[in-house]
Design a protein around this ligand. Sequence first.
Ligand SMILES: [Zn+2]
Length: 449
Amino acid sequence: MPRNLSPRSAAPIAGPEIPLHRRTIVWFATVGALLTVLGLTLSGSEGEGEPQASANAEMTAAVAPMDPPPTPVAASAAPEASIPPWTEFRVRNGDNLSLIFSRAGFSDTDLYRVARASDGRSLRRVYPGETVAFLADQESKLFAVRHVQSPLLTTLYTRESDGFVATDQVREPERSARNVSMTIDSSLFLAGTAAGLSDAMIMELAGIFGGVIDFVLDPRQGDTIHVLYEELMLDGKRLDDGPILAASFTNRGETFEAYRYTDLEGDTSYYNEKGVSMRKAFLRAPLDFTRVSSNFNPNRLHPIYKTQRPHRGTDYAAPRGTPVYAAGDGRVIEAGYTRPNGRYVFIQHGEQFETHYLHLHKLKVKKRDRVKQGAVIGTVGSTGAATGPHLHYEFLVNGVHRNPRTVYKILPKARSLPKNELPRYLAAIQQPTQQLASLRNAQQLAVAE
Ligand SMILES: [Zn+2]
């Protein structure tokens, strides 16, 4: 919701009074010196809301030349210590621009001028964690505002003869190739964490293989995973995860591979080594596996919680509250409560298939809702005839119960890349295929030694 930026009176605005140290500013005459001054500040450890001068000029941003500020002083006269001080404020929860301008000693009229002249751009809204910095001229009038939205985007507003002008300073992170190998000792989640992958990366990995591997019931001690991925770097520091480029998962001796590929229509997805989509019509395990403690219970393939009905599904022991996902796209045909089922959801997928989810703690959908694969439809519980929290999951084909663990063998095949695109795909994955193979070989050698 855009804030009301109409000019208001410059009457004092209620808010914490923070002393300002706006020193007289010695200006550089040259644009070059000014550019150095405009270097972005990326360090994020400033005290909350405390004004501080930032003269961090590690990077010199390329900005359009600007008119020199009024009454410049010759650059030669400016000693190094007199770099004009930016006064920087970190946006706090509940902050708005009016409060921040006030804290910096500027008025709503100043705010209005900046916001108007900049075609609004980013300065209409600020979010906690961002910084807004102010630069005054030697008459203590606002000369420039610097809004750091992220390490990659800063908008600079500078006063020119006919108002403020906005310039975006956009930085591109460097992409750095990485690879990681791990052996499952107890769970994918623990193996990934031990290998230094972020939670988000582990979830992404699980998502890629979620159509071919049941991450609750399939993994075995000694399974191996190799991942080629990118890290986004800025100034030599890790900024964020990049995408997973390729991965292989060897589960009980069978190896699954997945490659990220952007097809001729521009859609990016993951395919196996033959160009078959990794995205299947149904998830192999319809719940958040990261919440499932991974004991290699030899009995876990048997019903471990007795129910009062013939057992026609798969039980996933999981803590109460674990998110339960729709196994595939479909429509909720039942969502309610019965004594044996407890709280339950039935989903219809196309003409032939139905999936059932029983003993839920909470329902997150209602009858007739449309759901997408992976949508949270409820949480694990122990309602109805259940002795402990678990998901009882059933899969029906044409009204007949099938074993969810093996039913995928009779499901329709996943989409493949068109034949005429296959040569392009195979060429694209040649290098990552070799990389994954050499990672697997290296690991086998290491195990053999
Ligand atoms: Zn059951």
